[in-house]
Design a protein around this ligand. Structure first.
Ligand code: ARG
Length: 264
């Protein structure tokens, strides 16, 4: 995670961002600390990277890479405003014992668009990560990749449209929740085929970035405003853990965006 010390909305690269709207930096920091403390309270380990002035979106650590089985595929951002973030994260990985770190040739916004289900890597495209990055991810990470196309600019990253609740195990598919309207017709058919028992999120929950959550297989940390979704996942036996990330949502991010998972 990266503390939002230099967080602001000074440019607009997604429809959530409006530089004319004020952002409360202290509140953003308090909400971010609340998220970090939530993870610590659940017994997880949190590593922190030093934020950099002039990189206000660096708080969205999920975009900085994808880590599976200790292999790291770094990031290459589409927007010029974010491009310098990639090198700071590359250095962090190198200095923290990750020996296999590959920087992508293709535009690749890390876990923003790449979602590990435990047996396949779901890979989004349409707004940010290039389709060619999907094949590159398969070669670098050595996992099968399924490409999915996003169609609604509000859901510009795959992690705003799908959330893995528990990973695939013993030949059973992962349990996921997704928002169908975020996908093209063909990609939606892929989702239905792969996840026939998925929870289907509603438009109201998607519109508060409710799918931008993090599950450890039991506890699901998700935006507090996604109240219907919290009920849906509780009905499946999960523990919803609401967090308020309203200030960071002004940049188009939620709890998942602030969290890069380090899979040993
Ligand atoms: N302002 C950031 C951007 O548009 C938000 C990134 C959100 N991250 C995510 N994983 N969806 O790039």
């Amino acid at each position: 995670m990266c503390p939002p010390r230099y967080f602001e909305v000074s440019y607009a690269i997604n429809p959530w961002m409006d530089p004319s709207q004020p952002v409360d930096a202290d509140l953003a920091m308090a909400q971010w600390q609340g998220l970090r403390d939530t993870y610590l309270g659940l017994g997880h380990t949190v590593e922190e990277i030093e934020p950099q002035p002039g990189l206000p979106d660096m708080v969205f650590a999920a975009n900085s890479g994808t880590v599976i089985g200790g292999h790291v595929l770094g990031a290459r951002f589409r927007a010029p405003e974010r491009q310098a973030e990639a090198e700071h994260f590359r250095r962090w990985f190198a200095e923290h014992g990750f020996r296999d770190v590959v920087m992508p040739q293709e535009i690749n916004e890390g876990e923003g668009d790449l979602t590990w289900t435990g047996d396949v890597l779901l890979a989004g495209t349409g707004f940010r990560t290039a389709p060619e990055a999907h094949a590159e991810a398969q070669e670098v990470l050595g996992v099968p990749v399924v490409s999915l196309r996003l169609t609604d600019p509000r859901y510009y990253h795959l992690d705003t449209a799908v959330l893995v609740l528990s990973p695939a195990r013993d030949g059973e598919p992962a349990e996921v929740v997704y928002f169908p309207e975020a996908f093209t017709e063909g990609s939606l058919r892929v989702m239905r085929r792969m996840f026939p028992d998925a929870i289907i999120a509603g438009a109201d929950d998607a519109a508060v970035l409710g799918l931008n959550g993090v599950s450890d297989g039991r506890n699901v940390v998700l935006p507090a405003q996604a109240t219907k979704l919290a009920e849906q996942i509780a009905d499946r036996g999960y523990e919803p853990v609401p967090v308020d990330m309203s200030e960071l949502r002004k940049a188009g991010g939620g709890p998942k965006c602030c969290t890069l998972e380090l899979r040993a």
